[in-house]
Design a protein around this ligand. Structure first.
Ligand code: UD1
Length: 417
């Protein structure tokens, strides 16, 4: 049966939360276990749908996994080649990250064209051009991508846009090519740095992740068994910081690298939150008296698109008009119509919205349109005294573990029906 969250809002936030490992680090790391011949233990892995779905996809290659307490152990000893032309891969964008890893391990890959959140076209042309420039051949036959990697070689790959996924695929595809592969204009997201540091711990050599140029010194290795702790999830952390900012109160988050959250922290301070940073922890206090803002999303270190709809909730609580400009995904404002059901006054332009803050909002039943939009709707519901219902919460569970439970720990009135 479809589940929903039921809320009654206007309660202050108080509490501390340990942030689990970042979804966007774990997903490429799971894809890289295609290269493994041993066990890989990942620390503090949240129980979220995206992780479970990707484990189903790699399961088709013989990779198995088990959970031990908070950790995930992945066994790659019995891996064999298989086509990934299947619904699992089709329904899930991150499965495209498997292409580079499979080309390195098997010199071939057959995979359904990927799906993912409903937030725009999500092309893969940059992935395809990058892999082709390293000598991969491909064709698309009835929504299935078929790659041949027999003649691949190292080289210089210049990305016309710093796509996160294309950077991941290029790194994977070049790990064992003879010579040096250089990626110009790669994505600089913290999760790319994290992936490089994971692969370097396996014995690969990747230099420059997080900067304007990444170099991969190709070498054939036998990856060793490894236990690795990915970075904390900056989007989950950012969501809880916004929650506290709009409702007032205080929160302490542990296991979070501040550098990864810098663009978000910058704006939260600007609107009026008080923030103290400690080693791998962040404290935020807010009296909920907030100034309006303007943000423009972009590739890291610019403002993250994944925080954009959560900042709609912030804007609704600011004193005045705020503006959000979306420059990463062209169709990420579908959620605006859902916010309007709460009585929100939001004007949509081509790729930006103007949000009027401090209008009185009413209880309503709304539908989570995608993962982050869903989280944004929950936050706004928690600012409304009347009861609210958020439907289609399965999309929220793709990226937030026990969201309702965490919110209750922080003093909120929310339950799952
Ligand atoms: C990753 C993140 C996602 C985040 C996004 C941007 C994961 C699992 N997902 O997604 O949470 O929102 O980065 O920070 O890590 N594009 C093309 N052609 C391509 C590739 C991308 O046109 O070949 C476009 C996309 O349509 C989009 C933009 O580039 O408009 C950014 O995409 P990309 O950086 O590749 O995002 P993902 O890797 O899909």
């Amino acid at each position: 049966m479809a589940q929903a969250y039921l809320t009654r809002g206007k309660r202050k936030v108080n509490g501390s939360i340990q942030i689990k490992s970042a979804k966007n680090s774990i997903l490429p790391i799971i894809c890289s276990t295609v290269l493994q011949k041993n066990d890989c233990e990942l620390i503090l892995v949240p129980k979220i749908k995206d992780v479970e779905e990707l484990l189903n996809v790699v399961g088709l290659l013989g990779i198995t996994s088990e959970r031990v307490n908070e950790n995930l152990i992945i066994h790659s000893q019995n891996i064999t080649y298989s086509s990934l032309d299947c619904d699992f891969a089709k329904n899930f964008r991150a499965s495209i990250f498997l292409v580079g890893a499979m080309l390195t391990r098997f010199k071939q890959c057959e995979i359904s064209l990927p799906g993912g959140c409903d937030i725009g076209k999500r092309n893969i042309d940059i992935h395809l051009d990058a892999l082709a420039s390293l000598g991969a051949r491909y064709e698309i036959v009835q929504d299935v991508l078929i790659f041949n990697g027999k003649n691949m070689h190292s080289g210089v790959v210049e990305l016309r846009y710093p796509s996160v996924g294309a950077t991941i695929n290029t790194i994977f595809a070049s790990l064992e090519l003879e010579g040096i592969t250089t990626i110009i204009n790669p994505a600089k997201e913290p999760e790319i740095k994290d992936l490089a540091s994971f692969l370097n711990s396996l014995g690969y050599v990747i230099v420059g992740a997080g900067s304007k140029k990444i170099s991969i010194y190709g070498r054939k290795i036998f990856p060793k068994p490894i236990a690795y702790k990915p970075i904390g999830d900056r989007i989950v952390a950012g969501t809880l910081l916004v929650l506290t900012t709009i409702l007032g109160g205080e929160i302490m988050l542990s296991n979070i690298e501040q550098d990864s959250l810098e663009p978000v922290i910058f704006y939260l301070k600007k609107v009026g939150a008080k923030i103290a940073k400690y080693q791998n922890a962040i404290y935020l206090y807010s009296n909920a008296k907030l100034k309006p803002f303007k943000i423009v999303t972009g590739p890291f270190p610019q403002f993250p698109t994944d925080m954009q709809s959560i900042f709609i909730s912030l804007a609704l609580c600011c004193n005045g008009k705020s503006e959000i400009v979306e420059k990463v995904f062209e169709d990420r404002f579908k959620v605006v119509d859902e916010f309007k059901k709460f009585g929100a006054c939001i004007k949509k332009r081509e790729n930006s919205i103007i949000i009027e803050g401090k209008k009185s909002l009413n209880g309503a039943t709304v539908r989570a349109t995608d993962l982050r939009a869903g989280a944004g709707l929950v936050l706004t519901a928690l600012t409304i005294e009347d009861s609210c219902e958020i439907e289609n919460i399965e999309v929220i569970m793709r990226g937030y573990e026990d969201f309702d439970k965490i919110l209750r720990t922080l003093g909120q009135d929310i339950k799952k029906n």
